[in-house]
Each structure stands twice: as C-alpha cells, then as structure tokens.
Design a protein around this ligand. Sequence first.
Ligand code: FES
Ligand code: FES
Length: 178
Amino acid sequence: MSFDQPSGLSVRDGARGAAPGHFMTLTITVNGSTHSVAAEGETPLLYVLRNDLKLKGARFGCGTGLCGACMVIIDGKAVPSCDVPVSAVAGKSITTIEGLGDIGRLHPLQQAFVDEQAAQCGYCASGIIMTAKALLDANPRPTDTEVREALEHNLCRCGTHHRILRAIRRAVEGEGAK
Ligand code: FES
Ligand code: FES
C-alpha cells in the first residue's frame, strides 16, 4: 500500500498473532479512554470504532486504504482505520475526530473548516482534518507543498480542495480559533 503506515498494521498483512474467525477480547485506548471490545482480531479498526464504540466520525469510503475517509491518528501518525486490524492497535494511542473538539469547543482545524466552508457534502472532512492534525502536530508551520503532500491520499469527490487548503492555512496562521 502507498500509505506510510506503521509496520504490521495493514489488514491485508493479516492480524499479527490473531487466529482468523476467533473472537478475542481486546483493550484499546481511544481519545484517552480505554475500552474492552470483543472482536475477531482481523476486524478493521474502523468497524470497531463505528459499530462497537459508536464513534461515527471516521467514515467508510473505499474500505481498501485508498481514500482517507476513515483516517485516525495512531501513535502520532495518520492511518486509514479501514486497513488496520484491531488486534494491531492494542496498547497504542488512537485519536479520532471526536477526540479533537466538540460543538461548543471546536479544535482550531475544525473551526477553520467551518470558517472557510471547506466541506461540501462533508464526507471526506473528518479524515482530512485528522491527516492535517497529524501533520501540524509534527510540523506546526508546513509549507503549502508539505500540506499538499500530506493530503495526497485524502480524496474529496466534491472538489473542495482549494477551500480545504485555505482552511488548513488558516489554522496554521492561528486564525482558525477566532
Ligand atoms: S475507507 Fe479507509 S481509506 Fe477509504
Ligand atoms: S466535501 Fe464531499 S467528498 Fe469532500
């Protein structure tokens, strides 16, 4: 796959140490809270987030690690959660869009997306914001080229790319929190 993903995290690599077809109880940490979930080890993390933990912010798009709609941050890296077996994330720190802010206290990136009206249908937005968050955490002052490169694997079928780039620039410049 083309994502720069931590080794052993791809669903297509198989779940390390997990027997297919066998449910196991796993403890995962999402947005700072620990959860005990029963799932087959190779179940994509996305399914566990959405179906077990009812965190619907990460979206199902392609299901093959190619569109970025399901991006979450795992140990500081933006990763497509559809392509990560849940057994691979035990002990890792997972952040979803729900961990960034809420309706009364938006994260600066979320506020910037609102201010720049960067979403049309909005299906891609949470994945793009998570990719941008991982980028800004590692590189608070990225160039436009670096932003474009980071978003290379986030697709937007509505074509709002220019507004998305403006929103991220706004957050970088510190205007998103106003
Ligand atoms: S749904 Fe995960 S990358 Fe497309
Ligand atoms: S705003 Fe619709 S897919 Fe991006």
